[in-house]
Ligand binder design. Structure first.
Ligand code: FEO
Ligand code: CA
Ligand code: CA
Length: 676
């Protein structure tokens, strides 16, 4: 039996091993408080019942003193002006009347080097793939080409996108050669191609005279960053002994970024790419694994067996993190997986620049990152979710203030990482994960010598702050964070500065494990939570939260203080919200990655929401089998780019056998603002 068959979920990249066995929340207390204010929804057609503890969002949104830098976003700018489209199960992209869509930059599009043509029979080599757009498009951002000189071009820019993982069957001419069928090894060029299909693409694109976008051939900006590109380790764990490898005895460098899910553009015009389910790329046969592997799910065999490449080259062997007999961190790759799990900064305007792993933002299953609008003289603040069941939401506050004239990635070198605790009364607290914080230090001291939560990790302290960051999840367990229903993307409302996060689903939450912020047992359809930082200060250590909307079937209601604020209809039923983005006018775009009741919800989709009224309309439905993930517009909001990941059929080209992830360009036929 093939080893991958041992776990039927193994090849499902959305499979999230449950590795948080901590027992943080005093559930009985929260439940008792919450029940007094609980409102039970009545689904009109037998919808899953949703409930919410109401916090009265008016208290957050209407208080101008707490909404900070709002620009007084008029409701007009966030109105939805298109006719909602129905759910669809067709193998095509559907957009509203008056809109058009076209596939762009599918996997395999040549963008650099010798621009090798895409071969529809799967025979492109590893070297070809290193010069072509990667697979499984995900988070994406459009940087106007003149951004660095203060410009705002909507006709030309750098489209930067992540390639989260791969479909081995489509990638290779005859599917992958499995080690178990090939004397225990994999052909090295297959491995090279797989590593090259991961990572990030930077594509210089330009709108032609007929409004059609194209790659700028020969542009020096066109670049591929892959699972093998050299990178620097920056921030607290740089130089830490637990990151020493034969590749970097000084623990300052590593190779590659993997499983890049979502992203975040920085206020200084660079791109941060997230390393999400990186644990699955490493193999270990060690029985005693360090806590920084145990708590992150690094265990057993690797997803693609790259360590078994038949060339035996160092760049492949490193994916086996088993300590060798008589070896050390200097001679084997026992520490390699400690160089993953970070946000990675890429400067798309500096093609020769080396990507920087920004470790101060924590090490976990980063879904993405979202920056609050930067304010002159104040700290830089960003938020990042850890997408696994029962994991947490984090916030980073820089030590140094933002100065627009000089801002750069060094602002992410030093600062405080916090984790969120959502209290049952609608308040919340940011808990510092810093040994310099007296409260955290006391909790760490108290936890020493005990088993933290229900895990088998006997906690023996943290050596230093680098150790805290390396073990971010464990530190958050100790701090007492609230375990969430798989935090995916976040977004910050440009008008109100409220922060939104999708909680995609969590089928494993039991009734006893519900809490006010995650109130549904066996949460199949997910919800979206939001909060306002106290005093309108994005760096505040407390906040007020409520639930924006629950996903679900027709009739699912979201109730705040006994008032039904959303009741889902044909126009907007959705399940498993994932991608989330505020456009430049303040409309909220919600993308789905749903595997539940496809007969009801149809293909994955994107909806638009008015954050003030909670009106939600379905705007876009993707082709069969896909996930809709990644969205951005040009600054004029007239061209929208939407990514389609892992389409199931022969999309976008019906004449080809292989499905190809691609970007979809959406425009309005009257050249108007998308969504208005
Ligand atoms: Fe890659 Fe959590 O989605
Ligand atoms: Ca996602
Ligand atoms: Ca997802």
């Amino acid at each position: 039996m093939a080893k991958h068959d041992l776990d039927p979920n193994y090849l499902d990249p959305n499979y999230e091993p449950v590795v948080n066995f901590s027992d943080n929340t005093p559930f009985h207390e929260i439940l008792a408080a919450r029940m007094q204010r609980r409102t039970v929804m009545k689904g009109s057609v037998g919808a899953a019942l949703a409930s919410i503890m109401g916090v009265g969002l008016a208290g957050c949104g209407s208080d101008s003193s707490s909404s900070g830098t709002t620009t007084g976003g008029s409701s007009a700018s966030t109105d939805l002006g298109f006719k909602a489209i129905p759910v669809s199960s067709e193998n095509t992209v559907v957009v509203p009347e008056g809109y058009s869509s076209e596939a762009f930059l599918p996997w395999g599009t040549p963008i650099t080097g010798s621009y090798p043509d895409y071969r529809a029979d799967g025979t492109n080599t590893g070297a070809d793939q290193e010069q072509q757009v990667g697979m499984h498009h995900d988070g994406m951002h459009f940087f106007p080409i003149d951004l660095r000189s203060g410009g705002n071009s909507s006709d030309e820019g750098l489209l930067v996108m992540n390639h989260e993982y791969i479909d081995q069957r489509a990638l290779h001419a005859n599917g992958p050669t499995r080690a178990e069928d090939n004397n225990g090894v994999r052909p090295a060029d297959e491995v090279r191609k797989e590593i090259a299909a991961h990572g990030v693409s930077i594509v210089h694109i330009k709108k032609g005279s007929e409004g059609k976008w194209d790659v700028v051939f020969g542009s020096p900006y066109n670049r591929r960053i892959t699972g093998g590109t050299p990178m620097d380790i920056r921030g607290p764990v740089r130089g830490y002994s637990k990151l020493v490898t034969p590749y970097s005895l000084s623990a300052t460098e590593t190779r590659g970024t993997l499983n890049n899910c979502a992203m975040g553009p920085t206020p200084w015009g660079t791109y941060l790419t997230a390393e999400e389910n990186w644990h699955g790329y490493f193999a270990t046969s060690a029985e005693d694994r360090p806590r920084e592997y145990v708590r992150h799910g690094v265990n057993g065999s690797s997803r693609y067996d790259w360590e078994l490449a038949d060339s035996g080259l160092d760049q492949y062997v490193r994916f086996d993190v088993t300590p060798r007999d008589g070896g050390s961190a200097q001679t084997d790759y026992r520490n390699e997986a400690n160089t993953f799990g970070y946000m990675v900064e890429i400067d798309p305007f500096a093609p020769e620049s080396k990507p920087q792993k920004r470790t101060a933002l924590g090490r976990f299953g980063h879904e993405g990152v979202i920056f609050a609008p930067a304010k002159e003289g104040e700290p830089v603040v960003c938020y990042s979710g850890d997408d696994s069941r029962f994991e947490y939401i984090y916030k980073f506050v820089s030590a140094q203030p933002y100065q627009a004239a000089t801002a750069n990635g060094t602002l992410l070198e030093e600062g405080t990482l916090y984790v969120a605790r959502f209290n049952d009364d609608g308040t919340g607290d940011w808990l510092a994960l810093s040994l310099d914080d007296a409260e955290f230090a006391a909790k760490v001291a108290a936890a020493e010598g005990t088993e933290v939560g229900r895990s088998n990790i006997l906690f023996d302290g943290f050596e230093n702050q680098a150790d805290v960051i390396l073990n971010t999840r464990l530190a958050a367990d100790i701090a007492g964070a609230t375990p969430m229903d798989r935090p995916e993307w976040g977004a910050v409302d440009p008008n109100s500065s409220q922060v939104y996060f999708t909680l995609t689903n969590n089928s494993q939450r039991t009734e006893e494990q519900t809490n006010a912020a995650n109130p549904i047992a066996e949460n199949r359809t997910g919800h979206i939570i939001r909060w306002s930082e106290d005093g309108g200060d994005q760096a505040a250590t407390s906040f007020e939260w409520d639930i924006f909307v629950f996903g679900g079937e027709e009739g699912t209601e979201t109730v705040v203080d006994d008032e039904v604020v959303v009741s889902l209809t044909d126009d907007n039923i959705f399940s498993s919200p994932d991608g989330l983005w505020f456009d430049y006018n303040g409309r909220l775009w919600i993308q789905t990655d749903n595997g539940y009741k496809k007969e009801t919800f149809g293909n994955d989709m994107m909806l638009a929401a008015n954050p003030e009224t909670r009106e939600i309309r379905r705007f876009f439905v993707g082709p069969v089998g896909c996930e809709v993930t990644g969205v951005v517009t040009t600054p004029d909001s007239k061209t929208m780019f939407v990514n389609i990941q892992h389409p199931g059929g022969n999309w976008p080209n019906a004449s080809e056998d292989r499905p190809r992830s691609a970007t979809v360009v959406v425009t309005r036929d009257d050249s108007g603002v998308i969504g208005a």
